[in-house]
Structure formats: C-alpha cells, structure tokens
Design a protein around this ligand. Structure first.
Ligand SMILES: [Fe+2]
Length: 340
C-alpha cells in the first residue's frame, strides 16, 4: 500500500570552564576558518559543485513520500524493504513506513525495527523509557508538559537535540504513530542539505557565520526532571563525523544567544530560506501503524486537538547514528548507498 503526501547578542556571563573551551574553539576557528566546511562542502570546490549538482538532480527525481510496507515483527522477506527505507533516508533525508498489520506491543516492535536499522545509541539527555523511546502525548499541566513536544502546541522549525554537544549530536530521529490526533499534528520536513545549498547560493558569508563553533549559545538548564545541562555553544551548520552535513537549528527566540548581531541576522535569513523552499518541503500526517525514519532533518509540527477518548500518541526515538541496513553499504561521505 502506497500513500502520496503533499509537498509543500550574547549577554549572559559564561562559566569559566566553558568560556575557556569557547575561547579555544574561537582560536581554532580563526586558524582553520577555510576548512570549517572542508573539501566537499566548502561551497566552491569542484567536489562541492559535483555534490551540489548530484543532490539537486536527485531531488528532481523525488516523486513523493511513499510508504514502505513492513511486517511489525520483521520477517526475512522485509530485508529489501528495509534496504529501500535506508536508501530513501540517505538520499532524501526521511522515509515513511506502514505496518502491514496491527501490533499488540508497539514499543517492542518499534525497538525491533530500530535495532534492524542499527540504531542503538540513543540520546540519554531526554525523558525516555528503558528502550530509549519517548512517548509523545499531550501532558500539559504536568512537569513533563513544560516541554513543548509533550503539549499539543505548534512546534517551529528545528532539528532534534540542537542543544547537544557535537559528540552527542543526533544523526537520526524517528516517529511511530500509535494513535493520531483528531485534527492537526501534521509534520513538515525539509532536508537541511538543500538549505545549505541555497544559503551558499545566496551568500557564502551566511554559511561562514552559521558554521562558527560558537554561533549560538544555549544557557544552562537544570530542572526537577533531572536535566542538568551546562551552558552549550554550537554551530548551526557543520560537517558530521561521518562526513555528511549536519544542522543544529531552532527558530525559538527565548533561551538562545547568538554570537554577534550578524549571526542572528544569518539565522533569520536561514529561516526565510527554509520557508522559501516550500516545493521541497514534505508534509505528512501519520496514521496509526505508520512511522518516519529520518536523518534528523529540519521539521516543524502543526498544533493539534485530541479525540476525547483516544489522545495522539507517538513513539519517538533519537539516535547518535544514521540508519544502516546490513545489506547496504554507504561510502564515507554519505552518498547513495549500493547493494552488497
Ligand atoms: Fe523534533
């Protein structure tokens, strides 16, 4: 069964340790500014121009988000479907699956799917079950409901874990729908690789500003739920350890400080670029038994209202690696996979 979906100035006083770390990063950045987006992703080299052309041609071939049918218990016959799922995530940033039958234990079966995709190291900085999955539902009025994913409110453009350190940067988030909202709750996704290309075309200086290691600072966060995060500095755009472009982005305006007024302006330009790339955005409202696998691309969520007797329930996973299937092998720079 296939489905086609619609496209559419720093003021706080830093902790001395982190201030020293930030100063060191600043020195390293000024020494290596030219290599901040090295080789393939520097916006001007032959390698970059080739990658840009390939990525844009690939996007022209995109024919919509089509659900891949999977058994919840993953039979041997699902191997090719898993390989297709991984290829789609690698090529376009996200993929949709649909379970062929209802599951009596979604938490167990989603964990099984994630293990099959080699998604094992999950983000430990968020509220989650032992499996690493978080149940997203409207918990407004509770301690957990202070966090916007646990409400029914709209969430602006972001990548998950934008406040994580670079060594804990998330390569993947997943969502699986147990029960949909009565209305609203659709997700819109956009591959940040396409935004990077557009920013380079608009003004390479924007990428320079946004790839600075201290482009944004997230103040310390301590709360009764056990979060104890020191002040964090992060680039908005960067190259991941696996050689692919990554992004730590949020449109939130509270609890975030930009390195300079020009950096703030660059972040606002990036938001405009995201909104302008509407034809490459993909909007999907998951039905029960459907799920998304992504390489932590940019996304936003519509506000929603619940059924009185069946609230919206989504299982979310966040991982430090990209999905990989044993049958496919990727090259070092994240280009299209090949079957072994
Ligand atoms: Fe998110």
């Amino acid at each position: 069964m296939c489905a086609l979906y619609r496209f559419r100035c720093r003021t706080s006083k830093p902790d001395p340790f982190y201030a020293a770390q930030a100063q060191l990063q600043e020195q390293q950045f000024s020494m290596n500014q030219a290599s901040n987006f090295p080789g393939r992703f520097d916006g001007r080299s032959e390698q970059y121009l080739r990658w840009q052309e390939d990525r844009l041609q690939q996007q022209q071939r995109y024919n919509g988000l089509q659900a891949t049918l999977l058994s919840p218990t993953l039979e041997k016959t699902d191997d090719q479907a898993l390989a297709r799922l991984c290829s789609s995530v690698q090529d376009y940033g996200f993929a949709l699956y649909q379970w062929s039958e209802a599951s009596d234990n979604p938490d167990r079966d989603v964990s099984l799917l994630h293990a099959a995709l080699s998604l094992r190291s999950f983000d430990r900085g968020v509220v989650h079950e032992d499996s690493g999955l978080s149940l997203l539902t409207d918990l407004s009025g509770t301690d957990q409901g202070k966090f916007i994913p646990y409400t029914s409110r709209r969430m602006g453009w972001h990548t998950d874990g934008y406040y994580n350190t670079m060594d804990q940067s998330l390569h993947c988030f997943t969502l699986h729908c147990i029960s949909p909202a009565h209305s609203g709750g659709a997700l819109t996704l956009l591959d940040h690789q396409l935004v990077l290309i557009e920013l380079f075309n608009e003004d390479p200086a924007l990428v320079d500003l946004l790839s600075h290691p201290q482009a944004m600072m997230l103040p310390a966060n301590r709360d009764e739920l056990g979060h104890d995060r020191p002040e964090r500095y992060s680039p908005v755009l960067f190259v991941r350890t696996d050689g692919t472009p990554g992004a730590h982005f949020t449109t939130r305006t509270k609890h975030i400080h930009w390195r300079t007024p020009d950096t703030l302006d660059a972040a606002q330009q990036m938001k405009k670029v995201i909104e302008r790339l509407e034809t490459w955005q993909c909007t999907v409202k998951l039905n029960a038994g459907q799920g998304l696998i992504t390489r932590n691309v940019l996304h936003q969520r519509d506000a929603y209202t619940d059924h009185p007797d069946a609230p919206r329930k989504m299982l979310r996973g966040r991982y430090l690696q990209s999905p990989q299937h044993p049958f496919i092998k990727h090259d070092d720079h994240g280009s299209s996979p090949c079957c072994m």
